[in-house]
Design a protein around this ligand. Sequence first.
Ligand SMILES: Nc1ncnc2c1ncn2[C@@H]1O[C@H](COP(=O)(O)OP(=O)(O)OP(=O)(O)O)[C@@H](O)[C@H]1O
Ligand SMILES: [Mg+2]
Length: 482
Amino acid sequence: MAETKNKVLSVNNLEINFKTDNGILKAVRNVSFDLYEGETLCIVGESGSGKSVTSKAIMGILANNAIIQGGNIMYRGENLLEVSEDEFYKIRGHKIGMIFQDPLSSLNPIVKIGRQITEAMMLNNDKLKLMYNDIISDDLIRYKNTLAKMNIAIENETKKTNVRVAELKAQGKRDEIKKAKEDLNKFIKETKNTYQDQAKKYKAVLDETKKKAKEEVKAYKHQVETEHKANVANLKKLHSGAELKEALEKEDIEYQNKIRITKAEAKRRALEIMKEVGIPDPEKRYEQYPFEFSGGMRQRIVIAIALTASPEILICDEPTTALDVTIQAQILELINRIKKERKLSCIFITHDLGVVANMADRVAVMYAGKIVEYGTADEIFYDPRHPYTWALLSSIPDVDSKEKLEAIPGTPPNMIYPPKGDAFADRSRYAMNIDYREQPPFFKVTDTHYAATWLLHENAPKVEMPKIVSERIRISLEGGKQ
Ligand SMILES: Nc1ncnc2c1ncn2[C@@H]1O[C@H](COP(=O)(O)OP(=O)(O)OP(=O)(O)O)[C@@H](O)[C@H]1O
Ligand SMILES: [Mg+2]
């Protein structure tokens, strides 16, 4: 069952604002979701809903005017918002890859394709360093994790206390405010003690492992060098002249291969990956420039580049939006195939719910910086609950006629002044009074399905989803049963 799967990435209460000339823009508002091993999570929503900002936060590539207001992004026990890129690299190498919407902007027009693919490999080509990082990574993660957990616990408790203090202030209960603050200080002290003791222990283990790793790497290096010297001496005894020169060159390549990723090795791997992503005649293509490739082929190259780091997670931000429909289908197929073969976990971002059907295990529907509905693909397609999800489903072009059935009326709100209540209320024909006053919490539909709409409140009037949507669901369910 899905729930027994491991979470590879967990985003919790993420809040991201941007400083702009007109004020603070609230781009991501209290977003939480989990990515499970080997699954694809699709994030769907209109332009400006916060999809790219969320994925950029995961990659650590937010614009300079971004303010991370709160929350965390946990990956392998690390809060990605707290580790520097350098630190993150030390831990596992960059195990999260990203593909952007426009392949042209991610490729350098004046550098040959082959070089662009090998570049990333050559950047981290020191095998001794990789070996060292590999040995220490588990202990390093455990140590860092302890500190991250401590910070999160303190942060959560502080937030809770702040809310409580505000309430008490409103009620004029001064004594209780003092008590709440004292309790918080006590909590912080105790939490620090507990975690810091643990962290100290883990740090000691880590230091020990570091020492061992250093020795191990040194021993390996020594062995490789000794062997190399012996081989050279031996070759000098056996050969002379041009033959010797050739033999020494060969030996040198073998020696180099043992301590770093050489150019030749990088090229061999690049050609392999080019084949994997379906580039015909990779040897020839390796020497060409981006302009010699079609849009679809360029997007394949961008995917190849992301794969060189052997990522565990692949984030695809509208990877097919710039492509025409047939090519789009091919790229989606490619991403699905690679995902299966490499057992990747994917976050797939799109504004088109139609694209999602064949990709998603789970779907998060975003509107005005918030997730408004979250569920398995079946739940979102066959039992949608949020009026915005209904609107998105109504606007999917019909498979046969390719006609958009119903455009969503109106435009999303200005996020410098987000609406007080349900941000979709203005555009929703289902809006009730409360939608203009108060933000709906998440109502649970099933253990895996949540929707933030007042329509799910027990006192809300029962309403039917739009006919277009219910008809489509009925037809596809009947089709599925045949
Ligand atoms: N650097 C920035 N400075 C100010 N505002 C920004 C910045 N980057 C993004 N935003 C704003 O944040 C909001 C979310 O943007 P985001 O790029 O995540 O939207 P999106 O869902 O990816 O939309 P699209 O489908 O158009 O790509 C938008 O209102 C956008 O204008
Ligand atoms: Mg975007």
